[in-house]
Design a protein around this ligand. Structure first.
Ligand code: CO8
Length: 264
């Protein structure tokens, strides 16, 4: 599809933002293509999704500055909403998303990575919210998600100064979970996706919902939400088979078998 490639590999998928000549910057067309791909994911087959950028230099170098340069206030707001609506689809998708950040993750690039569940990066990655240097605020969720991920003090410093940070600093402040040599990043991302995809999908999805929705609730309500989601896993084929397999193993290690979870 136009500016976004989509590849399904057994039970996980790879989305590649592919506008390499503009460092994979997000213009309206790229956002439209991304939305179509996200909407088309078959959650019966795909149990984890990796998002990365085409080429070796850039994950996503932000929203398209040329396109934004002539927007009116109303158009600016609606461009912000366009990106936000798509990034919320990623964030609230039942399927876990992994950002494999392979270079520049600036502005909207840092923001799309933060709408994913997990971020891992190559050693040449560069993160930042440079918007105030362009006369705007982050507009695809950056003020909200960066503050939630690294804390308000660090987020304010990064956003107010528009300073970019390298992968090792992103790791230190908890913006990414791991950093790999560039040539190993995709293999590591696929290993992670495959591990997640090998676990019981109903349970993994319930965990995503519990963590995401629970973080916005007072603790008593958050715990009640977890109880509901925990309960919802029972009586599923996967719960019965997952537990039966453990009990067989205890009984006789020779009976260990790989559980092929069925998402039911
Ligand atoms: N928008 C449009 N084009 C871009 C962008 C971008 N964000 N980033 C790079 N490009 C283009 C360049 O213009 C250049 O095009 P051309 O070859 O036609 O001249 C091409 O990509 C290659 O870029 P460079 O020659 O600059 O490559 P370098 O390796 O020298 O530098 C950088 C790479 C560091 C990534 C540099 O291009 C850069 O600083 N880019 C801008 C990064 C930036 O400021 N991003 C934040 C944008 S603002 C944003 O994302 C707000 C999100 C919320 C929007 C809300 C809506 C209202």
């Amino acid at each position: 599809m136009g500016f976004v490639d989509y590849e399904v590999k057994e039970n996980y998928a790879i989305i590649t933002i592919n506008r390499e000549k503009a460092m994979n910057a997000l213009n309206s067309e790229v956002l439209d293509d991304l939305e179509k791909v996200v909407d088309s994911i078959d959650s019966d087959v795909v149990r984890a999704v990796i998002i990365t950028g085409a080429g070796e230099k850039s994950f996503v170098a932000g929203a398209d500055i040329g396109e934004m340069s002539t927007l009116t206030k109303a158009e600016g707001e609606s461009f912000g909403k366009k990106g936000n609506d798509i990034f919320r689809k990623i964030e609230t998708s039942p399927i876990p998303f992994i950002a494999a950040v392979n270079g520049f993750a600036l502005g909207g690039g840092c923001e799309i990575s933060m709408s994913c569940d997990i971020r891992i990066a190559s050693d040449n990655a560069l993160f930042g919210q440079p918007e105030v240097g362009l006369g705007i605020t982050p507009g695809f969720g950056g003020t909200q998600r960066l503050a939630r991920i690294v804390g308000p003090g660090m987020a304010k410093q990064l956003i107010y100064t528009a300073r970019n940070i390298k992968a090792d600093e992103a790791l230190r402040i908890g913006l990414v979970n791991a950093v790999y040599p560039a040539e190993e990043l995709m293999a590591e991302a696929e290993k992670l996706a495959s591990t997640i995809a090998g676990n019981a999908p109903i349970a993994v999805r319930a965990c995503k919902k519990a963590i995401n929705d629970g973080l916005d609730l007072p603790m008593d309500e958050a715990i009640a939400l977890e109880e509901k989601l925990f309960g919802s896993c029972f009586e599923s084929e996967d719960q019965r088979e997952g537990m039966a397999n453990f009990l067989r193993k205890k009984d006789d290690p020779a009976k260990v078998k790989h559980v092929s979870f069925k998402n039911r």
